[in-house]
Design a protein around this ligand. Structure first.
Ligand code: F6P
Length: 343
């Protein structure tokens, strides 16, 4: 019997609790290990704040959004004596390995710790779906469902009022959510970080539609999208422990520009954290459960420094390093599909 730790780091997303439940259920019931939950991501490891997880106290959480462990964007490598503190905390609980559930930042820390001799296993999570080495991260499917429903709802009100409506969705470096929800919802233009846009071209799409007799348009924009002639998308200049600025505001900027240039009444809707809250879809519950099982299997076998990943329909293990080196940006072929429907 061994003792394994688990933490959830970075932005929360639907499905985190399903991972925790799967790790606990198989880890304790099948393998006889102990599972120690760290509170608030790496913050809880630094402060040695733990919850002893059991099948009982993780029962009934499969369908719940968020994370029962809490999360943070703390980076131990940015704290004085951070790595030392991590080692001390894990030693105090006699932890053999830590299962880190997170995106690029959280797993980047796990990878660095592994090279310093701290055993880790990674589980990929982010609604942005921008993590390399896995076809999908859990949370993404739920976010896409929420955004697609928003596009559907915005369609009927845009049509009633002959308006252009701009929907701003999440996607810091990658336009996966914008592209999927935009295509699924039938958006008339989709703007993503990977394809800097020309505002006049966007207005032309809208004018073209209106010439054809349509009286409304829907534009879906990822928060990280930017005009070709500017790199300014940040709303505020403050950065987190991983150096990310807080994004947002592109939707409102587009609202003004489109209305001024085309003369069509325009409104912006920013979905924000609605995309991260609430119950996971069945797809995300499945994926998160399979990831949790695969993670505890890897820990049990002592296969550390790995991330579990979805490739095709198989759950595989890849070196953590492969997942954190580069971001998985939007497939250009998918953007070409989206473009067919612009204007
Ligand atoms: O990384 C996931 C994400 O939801 C991004 O899409 C978004 O830019 C960011 O987190 C928002 O972070 P926070 O919740 O800290 O404002």
């Amino acid at each position: 019997m061994a003792r394994f730790g688990i933490l959830t780091g970075g932005g929360d997303c639907p499905g985190l609790n399903a991972v925790i439940r799967a790790v606990v259920r198989k880890g304790i019931n099948r393998y006889g290990h102990a599972i120690v939950g760290y509170r608030d991501g790496w913050r809880g490891v630094l402060d040695n704040r733990v919850t002893y997880l059991t099948p009982d106290n993780t029962s009934g959480i499969l369908h719940r959004g968020g994370t029962i462990l809490g999360s943070s964007r703390t980076n131990p490598f940015k704290e004085e004596k951070g790595v030392e503190q991590v080692r001390e905390s894990l030693a105090a609980e006699n932890i053999e390995a830590l299962i880190a559930v997170g995106g690029e930042d959280t797993l980047g820390v796990a990878d660095k710790l592994q090279s310093e001799g701290v055993n880790t296993v990674g589980v990929p999570k982010t609604i942005d779906n921008d993590l390399a080495a896995t076809d999908f991260t859990f949370g993404f499917n739920t976010a896409v469902e929420i955004c697609t429903e928003a596009v559907d709802r915005l369609h009927t009100t845009a049509e009633s009022h002959n308006r252009v409506i701009v929907l701003e969705v999440m996607g810091r470096h990658a336009g996966w959510i914008a592209a999927y929800a935009g295509i699924a919802g039938g958006a008339d233009a989709i703007l993503v970080p990977e394809e800097p846009f020309d505002i006049e071209e966007v207005c032309d799409h809208i004018r073209h539609r209106h010439r054809k007799g349509r009286t409304f348009s829907i534009v879906v924009v990822a928060e990280g999208a930017r005009p070709a002639d500017s790199s300014e998308t940040a709303q505020q200049s403050e950065v987190d422990a991983f150096g990310h600025v807080r994004l947002g505001g592109i939707g409102v900027a587009l609202e003004h520009e489109i209305e001024q240039r085309t003369g069509f009444e325009t409104r912006a809707t920013i979905l924000g954290h609605l995309q991260r809250g609430g119950s996971p879809t069945a797809f995300d519950r499945m994926l998160a459960t399979r990831f949790g099982i695969a993670a505890i299997d890897a820990a049990h076998e002592g296969d550390f420094g790995k991330m579990v990943a979805l490739q095709g329909n198989n759950i595989v293990r890849v070196p953590l390093r492969e997942a954190v080196g580069t971001l998985k940006t939007l497939d250009p072929a998918l953007y070409e599909v989206a473009e067919v429907f612009f204007g």
